[in-house]
Design a protein around this ligand. Structure first.
Ligand code: SF4
Ligand SMILES: [Zn+2]
Length: 127
């Protein structure tokens, strides 16, 4: 294990309500839900890119700079192959279609994080 000073995701357990919205946006599969709270499975899986941050409705996710295990592309590949992370399909906040039948995009508006499907997005853009 190699420790380095780097950017990594920080989870505020007080703020996390266990909605699971952050799990699927993490391309590395670094997040999971344990006892109703989001957790980083292992530090080496989190690259600190922070795509999960924009989708958290409670502000529980931030980035911090600290000493952590070095990010490992190899460990990510292994983890994704044998992943048993909890997967919760997301819903469009405007029409309730799920990602099973529509493409969903994470969006932010006036400080709020939401999911929007490709059918609802043009209406949002053009009013
Ligand atoms: S999106 Fe936020 S509130 Fe929901 S599980 Fe993830 S950290 Fe917790
Ligand atoms: Zn929609």
């Amino acid at each position: 294990m190699v420790l380095v000073k780097r950017t990594i995701v920080k989870i505020d357990e007080e703020l996390c309500d266990g909605c699971g919205a952050c799990i699927s946006p993490c391309a590395e599969g670094a997040l999971t839900l344990i006892d109703g709270k989001a957790k980083i499975i292992r530090e080496e899986l989190c690259d600190g890119a922070g795509f999960c941050i924009g989708v958290c409705p409670t502000g529980a996710l931030t980035l911090e700079e600290r000493v952590a295990e070095e990010f490992s592309e190899l460990e990510v590949e292994k983890n994704l192959r044998q992943s048993n992370t909890t997967y919760i399909p997301q819903k469009c906040n405007f029409c309730s279609n799920t990602e099973d039948n529509k493409y969903l995009l994470p969006i932010k508006h006036k400080g709020e994080s939401m999911w929007c499907c490709t059918r609802c997005l043009p209406r949002l853009i053009h009013g």
